[in-house]
Design a protein around this ligand. Structure first.
Ligand code: AP5
Length: 205
């Protein structure tokens, strides 16, 4: 089964995709993580676009996604986190894989700003934490899972975040109806959001 997790910035797509993928043996494919690991001559260009909060080009995004899928290690299914983000990407995705179900994790823009200000990610394994209480690391600045260094993402500033939220509301919300999807209230504990997602995936047919 292949799923998409939609949601505005800070809604917990990455947090939940990691948990649900781990539970069911699926691949968690985060478009943002793929882009953050781009190397070679495109690296600087990609970083600059991301830091502004803009989208990278559809062509580049699809190429990076296809390269990830071509590794062939996702036979039991995938959770796409952060893709597609607009109609053009949804059209391109149709020619790549079949999507069974989608989830939208909904939060307000104010909550997004609050969460993003406290987010830290592991430089080594991409695990997600928050210093504002929801998922504090046990030792400040150190990843609980691999011991890597925790950093603040360069695009986790209010200006870039407002741009990312605008793109989500204008472009990404338009593609939700392309899929069988259910909306989950993301302003609950991480555990409650996870159990609501599991219930919803079971109900969608
Ligand atoms: P990407 O990395 O995908 O970022 P995003 O979409 O902006 O989403 P976020 O990672 O900010 O939020 P999230 O919903 O995953 O929240 P998280 O789980 O971390 O994309 C970055 C950039 O890459 C884009 O701006 C663009 O430039 C480029 N890009 C990516 N995809 C692209 C595409 N398809 N096309 C073109 N360009 C693309 O949680 C947030 C925080 O809240 C964490 O600290 C977490 O611990 C905490 N938290 C989570 N759940 C809860 C809860 N229930 N209660 C309290 N706190 C919680």
């Amino acid at each position: 089964m292949n799923f998409i997790f939609f949601g505005p910035q800070g809604s917990g797509k990455g947090t939940q995709a990691e948990r649900i993928a781990g539970r069911y043996g699926l691949c968690h494919i985060s478009s943002g993580d793929l882009l953050r690991h781009v190397e070679g001559n495109l690296k600087d260009e990609v970083r600059e676009v991301m830091q502004r909060g803009d989208l990278v080009s559809d062509d580049l995004m699809v190429r990076v996604l296809k390269e990830r899928l071509d590794r062939g290690d996702c036979k039991d299914g995938i959770i796409l986190d952060g893709f597609p983000r607009n109609v053009a990407q949804a059209k391109l995705l149709k020619g790549i894989i079949n999507i069974d179900k989608a989830i939208e994790i909904a939060i307000s823009d104010d909550e997004a700003v609050r969460r993003i200000s406290g987010r830290r990610i592991c430089k080594s394994c991409d695990s997600i934490f928050n210093v504002n209480g929801s998922s504090m690391p046990k030792v400040e600045g150190v990843c609980d899972k691999c011991g890597g260094e925790l950093i603040k993402r360069k695009d986790d500033n209010e200006e870039a975040l407002r741009e990312r939220l605008k793109i989500y509301h204008v472009e990404t919300e338009r593609v939700l109806n392309w899929y069988k999807f259910m909306r989950i209230n993301g302003e609950q504990s991480i555990e409650k959001v996870e159990s609501d997602i599991i219930d919803s995936l079971g109900k969608l047919s």
